[in-house]
Ligand binder design. Structure first.
Ligand code: DGT
Ligand code: CA
Ligand code: CA
Ligand code: ZN
Length: 575
């Protein structure tokens, strides 16, 4: 997909224009177009050819012309022209935490700093601190930012962010004078990766709280510490994590939570709506002239802006604002709706415990069923089961079901989709299973055509009920396959095959925008943890959040159904 490249071009044009001090409205337009392109699950050529792109709100005539040019030539003239107007190294400065386009503009114009190396010198000599709007503290923060950048690997996974947030909120909770604590930013929205963790605290004495935070035992490095905000790198088991703590007054806690939860795009749209209503919205509240008309809670802010409350999971400017105005927001799926886990491994393949222990742990979570889906023979590294081993496992599961009460164990498989799209077991054996998952574990780098046809062919099998981790990505480690998700979703609808939302934070596969597309095509989603131990079950919430970010309701997710419905659902595809 060229979408990512194109989106990056628009973002970069916005950055350059901001550095050049150009028109704010145009800058915002470019950012918005960049994000729309990054979000659409269909590739840009298809979207353009179908005429749908021209109809997309937010894509104006001149943006459309640029996109057409990109599709035809792979470049955008306006982008090339903008690049000639600044030293290209200025764009590297933007990757430093705490440095935005405005900062780059000042640093470049006043100090002629063009590279990170020059910026380091300007910090050392003290000249950065002397710039208007900078000062010693900010300069030191940027120095730390550079250090962090030089050491860091970029964005972190959700589980790592949750771990860091738990450490910090656990600590803050025990301080005297603490009111509400709320995680904000991308973590609260459960975005697929997290840049930094944002935490808000309601309290009066900000300085004391920030002081305590920056001196806590878990601190690796303090980036900034003021009267209301502290920024630091904290140590966790898995990674160093950048955490921002902000202390806000109780009366504006809701406004701060709304503002710092973002997303930025959602907030920009809300502010436009406020302005149209002759109101002002910021992190302190919603104001009419100088009078605060809302601010203590997020609910009252949305209400005063004339819309329903918008769940943080939906705040991405993907239509939620329009829906909130006309009261058509979906009732999102919740963890409590989940009745079972249909993707579970045991020590028969590469898991670390046995069937009965997995079943008991699932029962303790309140689940009504689990499906044992060990790997199949082609996944030799994962110790996949042979035909005979699977046949034996089925018998073993039938027996266990008589012994273990309170939960039903389904016999299943996570069967490899082979290079030609055929699968590891024959239909006779598959017919004995209760639920069948198929997935790709090899040849992920093959061509778009190959990986797509392979997947479509597997769905044609009347015993294949679900495609697991359909794109094969590992966040921060492996790119998704170049698979045509529009085709996969269409075929899933035609063949009565579900698509998995793999809940493992390494995967989150399929992702939010694909979930939305699948739901619109009436494809069933299955949220599975792919657990290899009982601890794996705890990941379900990440999958639920991902589906919810794709606007999923309870009815859109198969494993919210009672057992009998799963059975009839499976039967409906079989001959
Ligand atoms: P991240 O940390 O990159 O994963 O993403 P966020 O969304 O957590 O972004 P972050 O940490 O830079 O800022 C937290 C929130 O604060 C963001 O979602 C929206 C709000 N915010 C930050 N800067 C701006 C801004 O310049 N304009 C507006 N409207 N909101 C902002
Ligand atoms: Ca953040
Ligand atoms: Ca932040
Ligand atoms: Zn698996």
């Amino acid at each position: 997909m060229k979408n990512a490249v194109l989106s990056e071009l628009f973002d970069q044009m916005a950055d350059i224009m901001e550095i050049l001090g150009e028109d704010r409205f145009r800058i915002n337009t470019y950012r918005r177009v960049g994000r729309i392109i990054a979000d659409v699950p269909t590739d840009i050529e298809t979207l353009l050819a179908s005429g749908d792109l021209a109809k997309t709100p937010g894509i104006g005539k001149s943006s459309l012309a640029k996109i057409e040019e990109f599709v035809k030539t792979g470049t955008i003239t306006a982008h090339k022209q903008l690049l000639t107007k600044i030293p290209p190294t200025l764009l590297e400065l933007l990757t430093i935490p705490g440095v935005g386009p405005k900062g780059v503009k000042t640093i470049y114009e006043k100090l002629d700093v063009k590279t990170i190396a020059e910026l380091k010198k300007a910090i050392k000599s003290g000249s950065l601190a002397q710039l208007p709007g900078f000062g010693d503290k900010k300069a030191a923060g940027i120095a730390k930012g550079i250090e962090f950048l030089e050491k860091s690997t970029g964005r972190i996974r959700l589980d790592q962010a949750v771990e860091a947030a738990d450490i910090v909120t656990g600590f803050l909770k025990k301080l005297p004078g603490i009111g509400k604590i709320q995680t904000a930013g991308s973590l609260r929205r459960r975005a697929e990766t997290i840049g930094d963790v944002d935490i808000l605290v309601a309290a009066k004495n900000g300085k004391k709280i920030i002081d305590a935070f920056t001196k806590a035992a878990f601190i690796q490095e303090v980036l900034a510490a003021g009267a209301t905000k502290g920024s630091a790198i904290i140590r966790t088991e898995s990674a160093p994590v950048h955490v921002d703590v902000r202390v806000v007054p109780k009366k504006s806690f809701g406004a701060a939570a709304q503002y710092f939860t973002g997303s930025k795009q959602h907030n920009v749209r809300l502010r436009e709506i406020a302005v149209k209503a002759k109101l002002k919205l910021n992190e302190y509240g919603l104001f009419k002239a100088d009078k605060r008309i809302a601010g203590a809670t997020e609910e009252e802010i949305y209400k005063k802006l004339g819309m329903d409350f918008i769940d943080p999971l939906l705040r991405e400017d993907r239509g939620e604002i329009e829906a909130a105005k006309i009261h058509t927001l979906p009732k999102l799926i919740d963890f409590k709706d989940i009745k079972g886990d249909l993707h579970v491994h045991t020590n028969a393949s590469d898991g670390n415990t046995d069937i009965s222990e997995m079943a008991r742990a699932a029962r303790d979570m309140g689940y009504k069923y689990i499906c044992i889906t060990d790997h199949s023979k082609s996944s030799a590294i994962a110790n996949g089961l042979s035909t005979k081993q699977l046949a034996n496992q089925i018998k073993q599961i039938r027996k266990l079901n008589e012994k273990i009460k309170g939960i039903t164990i389904f016999a299943g498989t996570e069967m490899d989709i082979l290079a030609d799209g055929s699968v590891d077991f024959d239909n006779k054996l598959l017919a004995d299973l209760d639920f069948v998952i198929a997935s790709i574990h090899s040849g992920l780098a093959s061509s778009r055509e190959k990986v797509t046809t392979r997947t479509l062919k597997a769905m044609d099998n009347p015993y294949v009920n679900c495609i697991a981790h359909p794109t094969g990505r590992l966040l921060g480690q492996r790119e998704p396959m170049d698979i045509d998700m529009a085709a996969v979703i269409e075929h899933a609808a035609q063949t009565h095959t579900a698509l998995e939302v793999n809940a493992n934070p390494w995967r989150l596969d399929i992702k939010d925008v694909h979930c939305k597309m699948a739901i619109e095509a009436k494809v069933a989603l299955v949220i599975g943890t792919d657990s290899h131990s009982t601890a794996g079950f705890s990941l379900m919430g990440f999958g639920v959040a991902t589906a919810a970010r794709g606007w999923a309701t309870k009815a859109d997710v198969l494993n919210t159904s009672p057992l009998a419905k799963i059975k009839s659902w499976v039967k409906a595809k079989r001959p």
